[in-house]
Design a protein around this ligand. Sequence first.
Ligand SMILES: C[S@@+](CC[C@H](N)C(=O)[O-])C[C@H]1O[C@@H](n2cnc3c(N)ncnc32)[C@H](O)[C@@H]1O
Length: 213
Amino acid sequence: MEKHKSSSSTLFDEWSSHYEKDVKNTDKSNRYPFAGYSEIRRGIVSLIKNTKPESILEMGIGTGMISEELYNEGYKITGIDFSEEMIDIAKRKMPEATFFNSTFFDSIELIGNKSFNCIVFSYSIHHLNKNEQFSLLIALLDRLHINGKIYIGDVMSINKSKMDTLKTKYANSWDDDEYYPIYKEYMNKLEEFYSFSINIVSHCSGYMILTKL
Ligand SMILES: C[S@@+](CC[C@H](N)C(=O)[O-])C[C@H]1O[C@@H](n2cnc3c(N)ncnc32)[C@H](O)[C@@H]1O
């Protein structure tokens, strides 16, 4: 496994042992940020199974909560994450998967000229600022087959005013270092590269599907 660490990965290393419990509890109590997580996972996993991709790249794979079911059904998984501890947990669940302990941007070179039918970001792309998100999604075009799809599950809204409403509602716990995807912003920036659809699954979350044009 290749190692490319950055200092902020330490936070995720520390979170790794209780991450899954935190996600499940927050989802169960229907609170920001993970309200709707299990619905997002079900939705993305079932859409992926419908298209039967040969290869799946999960960016920010964490402990493998999304990819594990797909791995168990025989899909080829490549996982990227800059937290070594998160990857260690994912690796225990998916010993034959390929992992790169790397940042999103560095991983594009590390994975070589391999390309994928399907790329997943679940609660991970928001760790980049908006310009970085758009640059990454454009850079990933070279790693995506024609008609390949990118699934993004996250805290999400249709437009900025709905996101601002959420931010006000959760003023005490809102994380200003996370930049949640807004459907209309994504469409404005990326419509020449991808077609878009969205499923909102809770008051604060959903998933978008970007199909390479
Ligand atoms: C909130 S967790 C989500 C994990 C998993 N996708 C899930 O659905 O449970 C975000 C993950 O993204 C990883 N991550 C955040 N920023 C990253 C970056 N710039 N490059 C690589 N991994 C990153 C973190 O280490 C963490 O494992």
